[in-house]
Design a binder for this molecule. Structure first.
Ligand code: FE2
Length: 328
């Protein structure tokens, strides 16, 4: 009883009454009969055709929520219409087709259902039964659309949360780089500039967008190992002696140790850069004296950018010389 009351309320649902229903039957008397029945029941958005070849065009133009389809029609029968619709209706779309036909053989029913019909009624039909089936199919379509909307909303939320998380991770890494940078450069501009310039250089070398982004972000951590270098060395206003420089060189291996062991490509690349950004093409760099191509490309890019800052250092921006060998 409760469900029957609820069903009556649903029939009067204004949203369902606005559903777009396409009626396809080669007999005009049938289309008129169905249209009249539906209009009397409150449905307002109806389209009829007696030419099944028009269905594809009407599908695109009218975007029906439900198709009432005759099976036996000249030119293109109901099976042909359903087959053609399969190629047109996007995957995952629930477009109900209610087949109405005088063909009452079980084979016809089975074939219609196998062809994509969601329900099946034989003519002459009972108006109450037709209306009930139509309402059920439309309710299913509505639920399906709601579910799709909900899924889209959830996907958008997950995507936004993922972006937030990624941004937070990147910001934490940038702040870690800044923490090291502030040890000897209160402006904190060096790490940002190295990151930006490394990205520009990586792009100029033709690297893929994702690699450019990785290098730009990872490069900011190149001197993170400075965090454990004593202040008296980092802040020494003149060039370092050979022994002092040996201590400073450890910022590469310590930086790599801080950053290594991660499963994230950003940190893996950052560790690689931290370790090898003072290697030199001629093998005279540190800490391992790697030569040429043996130096990972991201580290080579950062080495060039870091060295380029020599000019800036001479103009008072500072920072570069402290990681470089003392003058001979
Ligand atoms: Fe360095």
């Amino acid at each position: 009883m409760t469900s029957s009351r609820s069903a009556i309320r649903t029939v009067q649902d204004p949203l369902l009454m606005e559903a777009r229903i396409l009626i396809v039957d080669d007999q005009e008397a049938n289309t008129r009969l169905l249209e009249s029945l539906l209009r009397r029941s409150g449905y307002t958005s109806l389209k009829t055709t007696t030419d099944p070849r028009e269905v594809l065009g009407l599908y695109a133009e009218f975007t029906p929520d439900l198709i009432l389809l005759d099976l036996v029609m000249p030119g293109l029968d109901g099976f042909g219409v359903m087959e053609a619709l399969r190629g047109l209706v996007p995957a995952g779309t629930y477009l109900p087709v209610l087949v109405l036909t005088a063909d009452i053989t079980p084979e016809a029913k089975q074939r219609a259902l196998a062809s994509g019909a969601k329900d099946f009624l034989t003519k002459p039909f009972d108006p109450t039964e037709v209306l009930l089936r139509i309402r059920n199919l439309l309710e299913t379509r509505w639920l399906h659309l709601k579910l799709q909307d909900r899924n889209r909303l959830l996907e958008a939320k997950v995507s936004a949360r993922t972006e937030d998380l990624e941004e937070a991770q990147i910001e934490i890494l940038e702040r870690l780089a800044l923490a090291a940078e502030y040890r000897d450069d209160l402006t904190g501009r060096h790490t940002q500039r190295v990151g930006q310039h490394a990205g520009v250089l990586a792009r100029a070398l033709g690297l893929a967008d994702d690699q450019v982004t990785l290098i730009r972000r990872a490069a900011t951590l190149h001197d993170v190992g400075k965090i454990v270098i004593p202040d008296y060395l980092l802040l020494k206003p003149v060039n370092l002696g050979p022994e002092e420089f040996e201590v400073l060189k450890a910022h590469t291996t310590i930086g790599a140790r801080i950053l290594s062991g991660s499963r994230f490509p950003l940190l893996q690349m950052a560790a690689e850069i931290a370790l090898a950004h003072h290697e030199r093409w001629d093998g005279k760099g540190y800490p391992e004296g790697l030569k040429g191509d043996a130096i990972p490309l991201p580290a080579r890019i950062v080495a060039v950018v870091d060295a380029w800052r020599e000019g800036e250092a001479r103009n008072g921006i500072g920072g570069w010389w402290r990681c470089s060998p003392p003058p001979r």
